[in-house]
Design a protein around this ligand. Structure first.
Ligand SMILES: C[S@@+](CC[C@H](N)C(=O)[O-])C[C@H]1O[C@@H](n2cnc3c(N)ncnc32)[C@H](O)[C@@H]1O
Length: 342
């Protein structure tokens, strides 16, 4: 017992000095980067806020793409396609991101100074800050698990996610991506500029809130008799509850035997901004860009049961559920669910 305590104390002191040493190396590097970071910040704000507004592109989709950039450079998920995409993307600045985060990236790579960007939380120990990265990895895993057994993949609200390009190239599967017209237009133009092949994907412009995505999907060649994977990542938060329900019921109706619907949900506490001050701030920034958070499930009592009963209303049943934060001393605030038709 005493030996254990001494050992723990020793490792605690060691890791304190290692961290201190890393900070001492990082600070001068960051100082060198300051002038670049200032320019990068201005360019980044112009492209991310002004240019994207002019082009009518989804701001939340830009933010989701940014995470994929962080994950690539902070070595938690290699993604050269998203990097090539960002270099040609009118609404984000690769130079801006590099100049702002360059010192941290170099410090992590050269002397192991790891910040939250370079860490992935353990399952069930996620908080708001670590959610985006874990989410991306879980949806990757879902795609890997099902891609070879599916005949069609449908990604509503695909935004600038390149997951389909990563997993379906040269596979015998039909892929449909849906999103609002301006977002898809900028996506395909950027893919073209970046020289990223995407000819096997059918892009379908649609606004879920006032158009029938099902009619458009069927017109584009979707086959109701084929086994399909629906990936609905980070979209329901932005839709009214009745649209979320209607969309899920429609997905269930389109499911042939063996089809899977993978989706995520935030809690009501989260979508109303009550979860924390950081969440409220983030909510306000996104709201200003015309994408208010609208939908959440009341998860404060029994989150799994709440999600289960919501899905039953939509004609679906849970096959697997990942509840973020469930091992911490907090109520789960977000979950990713794999479901099938009831
Ligand atoms: C947070 S982004 C997620 C994008 C992508 N799924 C990802 O994970 O990177 C939300 C996406 O939902 C789309 N979206 C929101 N409301 C929509 C609507 N009414 N009709 C179609 N797409 C919508 C946005 O355009 C945006 O691309």
């Amino acid at each position: 017992m005493t030996d254990n305590n001494t050992q723990k104390k020793f490792f605690g002191i060691m890791s304190f000095f290692i961290k201190l040493f890393q900070i001492i190396l990082y600070v001068p590097l960051q100082i060198i980067f300051i002038p670049f970071a200032v320019i990068g910040l201005i360019v980044g704000i112009y492209k991310g806020m002004e240019k994207s507004k002019k082009l009518g592109v989804s701001f939340s989709a830009i933010k989701a793409l940014q995470y994929r950039w962080f994950m690539h450079y902070f070595d938690t998920r290699p993604d050269t396609r998203s990097i090539a995409f960002i270099k040609n993307f009118p609404c984000e600045s690769h130079f801006g991101l590099l100049s702002i985060f360059g010192a941290l990236i170099i410090s992590q790579r050269l002397f192991g100074f790891t910040t939250r960007f370079g860490k992935i939380s353990r399952p069930g120990e996620e908080n708001f800050i670590s959610t985006a990265a874990r989410r991306v990895l879980i949806f990757d895993r879902i795609m890997e698990k099902y891609v070879d057994e599916m005949e069609q993949i449908v990604i509503p609200g695909a935004g600038f996610d390149l997951i389909a390009l990563k997993y379906t190239k040269e596979k015998n599967v039909k892929v449909f991506e849906l999103d609002q017209v301006n977002t898809l237009h900028v996506k395909t133009e950027t893919l073209q500029k970046a020289g990223i092949k995407h000819h096997w994907i059918t892009y379908i412009p649609v606004d879920h809130s006032n158009e029938s995505w099902v009619d458009k999907l069927l017109e584009a060649g979707f086959d109701k008799t084929k086994k399909t994977l629906f990936l609905w990542q980070s979209v329901s938060l932005y839709l009214d509850a009745d649209i979320v329900k209607k969309t899920l019921r429609e997905m269930a109706d389109l499911c042939a035997e063996g089809s899977i619907i993978a989706q995520d949900f935030y809690s009501k506490e989260f979508s109303s901004g009550e979860y924390s001050k950081i969440v409220k701030r983030q909510m306000k920034v996104i709201e200003k860009r015309g994408e208010p958070w609208k939908f959440g499930i009341a998860m404060s009592k029994n989150s799994k049961a709440a999600v289960e009963s919501f899905l039953i209303e939509c004609g679906l049943k849970i096959l697997e559920i990942n509840q973020f934060g469930e091992k911490l001393d907090i109520e789960p605030f977000y979950c990713i669910v794999e479901a099938e038709k009831l």
